[in-house]
Design a protein around this ligand. Structure first.
Ligand SMILES: NC(=O)c1ccc[n+]([C@@H]2O[C@H](COP(=O)([O-])OP(=O)(O)OC[C@H]3O[C@@H](n4cnc5c(N)ncnc54)[C@H](OP(=O)(O)O)[C@@H]3O)[C@@H](O)[C@H]2O)c1
Length: 223
């Protein structure tokens, strides 16, 4: 396992690809995971085309999970539990599992500007109940728009609220410094993820009302 590597499961999708581009541009090795190897290889090639010298590999979700100390889950909320159950055997104590999912009501055919209830309180806490012992769940990146991440020439201009146990939380906050314009904000314990996930539904509604197709970001003042 390469200590600097960042695995992104579902890194073939909009948000995961955006993070892959940004971390690769910052010089970090990136492992793009997919259920289908050919999709992962294609996404890795896409990153290499956009980022000169990118260290990026396309792998199955299993192999990507086994290859990095930080594993970002970038699959729709409704496929989160299945994905985490599918990688349990590959995870090892000390790894950080980053939950980026939002329980949007699209999961039940309703609007993306609304949420569905999750018994555990949030997507991140659901992930935490399914993660193997010794794996740290951290919640992050829910309020950043994929479109902004993918626009490599421009800074992202968004705060990222990060929640989880202190040491892993600080490690994910440090990752934000790698992306121009992004700022990691200390969001305290994992239970606060339910508030952060709700902000995404609010932002999606605001994107519609203000007609901002690139996605509105958030900034906290006075810190
Ligand atoms: N898009 C945004 O602007 C945005 C912003 C903030 C947070 N997020 C969060 O980021 C996550 C990814 O969002 P996205 O827009 O990138 O999603 P997406 O493009 O719809 O899907 C991401 C990836 O999930 C995998 N996937 C699809 N169906 C699956 C299934 N049945 N089981 C397992 N994996 C499946 C696919 O990868 P493979 O087919 O390659 O396996 C797909 O490329 C979500 O949790 C979302 O809430 C997104």
């Amino acid at each position: 396992m390469n200590d600097d590597a960042i695995a992104i499961l579902g890194g073939t999708g909009d948000q995961g690809l955006g993070l892959a581009l940004r971390f690769a541009a910052a010089g970090r090795p990136v492992l793009i995971g997919s259920r289908k190897l050919d999709r992962a290889l294609e996404a890795a090639e896409n990153v290499r085309k956009q980022v000169e010298g990118a260290q990026v590999d396309g792998l199955t979700n299993d192999d990507a999970t086994a290859g990095a100390p930080i594993v970002i889950l970038s699959v729709p909320f409704e496929h989160t539990a299945g994905t985490v159950k599918g990688i349990r055997e590959q995870m090892t104590p000390g790894q950080i599992l980053v939950s980026m999912g939002v329980p949007l009501a699209t999961a039940v055919g309703d609007a993306a500007s609304r949420m569905v209830g999750v018994w555990q309180g949030s997507c991140a806490e659901l992930v935490d109940t399914l993660a193997p012992e010794g794996v740290h769940t951290v919640s992050a990146f829910q309020n950043v728009a994929a479109h902004r991440l993918q626009e490599l020439p421009h800074p992202v201009e968004c705060d990222v609220v990060i929640s989880g146990a202190k040491e892993p939380r600080q490690r994910i906050m440090a990752l934000c410094d790698l992306i121009p314009g992004l700022r990691g904000v200390d969001g305290g314990p994992l239970g606060n993820a339910r508030i952060v996930e709700g902000i995404t539904a609010l932002l999606i509604g605001m994107n519609i009302r203000y007609k901002v197709s690139e996605g509105i970001g958030i900034r906290f003042t006075g810190i």
